[in-house]
Design a protein around this ligand. Structure first.
Ligand SMILES: [Mg+2]
Length: 274
């Protein structure tokens, strides 16, 4: 009886012959390598993080936004009202620059993580956004109180006040800091300020920092609503640039696992690729 075996290196095939009748054994099943969706999504954000943290263009856009804020503040302060005037600003990517946190996340191939975010905010070392301190000091000199309405967690209160105070921001105290306590919708917090003050201007990096209706991106990604509210936006809201995260991306990627977010993003590309 004649037996022989040939191993085909690299093919996974094993040919064996017995009595001159060759048979092909099935290759052992090898599991496909798991796709690391977190790393894929993280890498997807690299350009945005570079743009936010390194681009002179972004630096200038912030300055430009705060220059326009002075013009609008002067116009809106002319309208008299007995209530004290107030300016409302968001915090992250509006008056504080968190791009170092984002750079680190990309470096490690990670997406947003609440625990890691708190480690960053606990340091209280974020730098001020270009033009922010100068504008808010100017607003204070013009007789405006400043309220910081942010979706940072209430557990980040002390470190946030410290960070703002260390940088010299005006009104950086508990009474002027309205953090997220349950909902990311800022409508109620804005109304609380409006119950005692005349809001003369709002500044943020998200349209939702002005009006919660901008959460809805179902019609033309929200651009139709921007056009419909153009007059109000022009007079009362200063929008600053942030490509790193926000409603624009959440509306496409949705909630869930990184794999689900990645799949929705791919589906969006497919749908809009014409
Ligand atoms: Mg923000």
């Amino acid at each position: 009886m004649k037996h022989w075996i040939i191993l085909l290196v690299g093919t996974g095939l094993v040919l064996s012959c017995s009595n001159n009748k060759p048979t092909v054994a099935a290759a052992p099943e090898v599991a496909a390598p798991a796709v690391d969706h977190m790393a894929l999504l993280s890498a997807q954000g690299a350009d945005a993080v570079l743009w936010q943290s390194a681009a002179a263009e972004t630096h200038r856009l912030y300055q430009q936004g705060y220059e326009l804020a002075r013009i609008r503040l002067a116009e809106n302060m002319r309208r008299s009202d007995k209530r004290p005037a107030a300016v409302i600003v968001d915090i992250d990517e509006t008056v504080l620059d968190n791009s170092p946190y984002q750079v680190n996340a990309i470096r490690q191939g990670r997406t947003f993580d609440q625990a890691e975010w708190k480690v960053w905010t606990d340091k209280a070392t974020a730098k001020a956004s270009p033009g922010a301190i100068e504008f808010l000091k100017h607003a204070a000199q013009q007789g405006c109180e400043v309220f910081y309405i942010s979706n940072r967690d209430i557990r980040e209160r002390a470190s946030t006040i410290k960070n703002l105070n260390d940088l010299g921001f005006p009104f950086a105290d508990e009474g002027h800091l309205l953090l997220m306590d349950g909902t990311s919708d800022k409508t109620e917090r804005r109304a609380r300020v409006a119950s005692t003050h005349r809001i003369v201007l709002l500044v943020g990096d998200q349209l939702r920092d002005f009006d919660e209706r901008f959460k809805d991106r179902s019609v033309d990604h929200g651009k139709t609503l921007v056009n419909a509210m153009a007059d109000t936006l022009r007079q009362y809201f200063i929008l600053l640039p942030n490509a790193m995260y926000g409603t624009y991306r959440d509306a496409i990627q949705g909630k869930g696992t990184d794999a689900e977010k990645y799949a929705r993003m791919q589906a969006w590309f497919e749908l809009n690729g014409y």
